[in-house]
Write a protein that binds this ligand. Structure first.
Ligand code: PHE
Length: 354
């Protein structure tokens, strides 16, 4: 046993001197101290030797074990220190004043479209509002005239959190109620129309492909005052879209169902590529579906504290939900929606603001 331990001690010294990194050190540790390592072997042998020699042999194994452990620890410290030094030297060698290929960074295409729209709406007197990504069932659905178990919820399956009835908002309409509460007083007391847009990230439980994402951006807009009608809606949408696409656009409304608007519409623009003659981009129809919208449902105005039971149609308003992601795809000719969330700089850094 004594001889064996002596040999192992020498062998360990030799093995240890060859170790140059932490991975190799760990392998060596397992060779000696692992479950099936050399020390475990020695302990097995200890069981077989005569009783009178056991005590001495046991002590020798223990000393060997302590020796291996302490040499192992100091080697580890040495290697960690060397690695730290190497990193410090590498950091010093890095010259951050050197120009890089893409020195300024760039804005995400959705940020660009969002800011452009915010500017346009601000110039038309709209307030730009921010809203939460986590909302409750009431704001996302019930305040929008979508009661529990309403089939319209199927189209907006989203991600539910385990606590307090919360979910990731499936559309920016979830902010409508809060905006009405915020600006309702000024509308009623000071005759200040409510004009607000609220961009935001939305989530839906979607199977992802080139046209569908589980995370996307919308920009909601509402305008509420006395005598607001569909012509106001058309005017604002047309003005905004002509600015975005930098040319006069032709729009049309088709009926569309959303429980929180009545009447509800799908707003299409005449295809900008073929001018309405029909081409692959518009699936030969001459029109592109761009933005659901409509006149705010009386229930939604009531839940938002705008109209009362006594005067249920004192104020009217329109709402629209512009797909920012969709708009960015059209504006920049991006064919695959996944590009926006993948974080690939080659794709994302091509876009510059005007
Ligand atoms: N929130 C709706 C959706 O995401 C869109 C919408 C907004 C429709 C406003 C009408 C009015 O599907």
């Amino acid at each position: 046993m004594k001889e064996k331990i002596q040999k192992l001690t020498e062998q360990f010294g030799e093995d240890l001197s060859k170790v140059t990194d932490l991975t190799a050190l760990e392998t060596l540790r397992l060779d000696y101290m692992g479950k099936k390592g050399q020390i475990a072997e020695l302990m097995k042998e200890l069981g077989k030797i005569p009783v009178e020699q056991k005590k001495e042999a046991g002590q020798m194994i223990n000393t060997f074990k302590q020796d291996v452990t302490s040499r192992f620890e100091s080697k580890k410290e040495e290697l960690v220190r060397a690695e730290e030094e190497r990193m410090i030297n590498a950091a010093e060698a890095y010259d951050e004043s050197l120009p890089t290929e893409n020195p300024c960074g760039s804005y995400h295409p959705i940020t660009l479209v969002q800011r452009e729209l915010e500017d346009i709406f601000e110039s038309m007197g709209f307030d730009v509002e921010d809203y939460n990504e986590i909302v409750d069932d009431y704001h996302c659905f019930e305040a929008l005239n979508i009661p529990k178990f309403h089939p319209a919820r199927d189209m907006q399956d989203t991600y539910y959190l385990s606590s307090k009835n919360q979910l990731l908002k499936s559309h920016t309409s979830a902010a409508q109620n809060a905006i009405m509460m915020k600006y309702g007083k000024a509308l009623k007391e000071k005759d200040r129309p409510i004009r607000a847009v609220f961009p935001g990230r939305c989530f839906r439980n979607e199977a992802i492909d080139a046209c569908h994402e589980n995370t996307f951006f919308q920009m909601e807009g509402i305008m509420i005052d006395k005598n607001i009608s569909i012509s106001n809606l058309i005017y604002f949408m047309k003005t905004m879209l002509s600015e975005v696409f930098e040319r006069d656009v032709t729009v049309r409304l088709r009926p569309g169902f959303f429980p929180f608007v009545e009447p509800g519409f799908e707003l299409d623009i005449q295809c900008l590529i073929c001018g309405g003659d029909g081409c692959p981009s518009c699936k030969n129809s001459g029109w592109l579906e761009l933005c659901p919208c409509g006149m705010i449902h009386p229930n939604v105005l009531k839940y938002g504290g705008i109209n009362t039971e006594e005067e249920p149609d004192k104020y009217t308003g329109f709402a629209f939900g512009l797909g920012l992601t969709r708009l960015a795809m059209m504006k920049y000719g991006v064919k695959d929606i996944r590009v926006f969330n993948e974080g690939d700089l080659n794709a994302l850094s091509q876009f510059v603001s005007k």
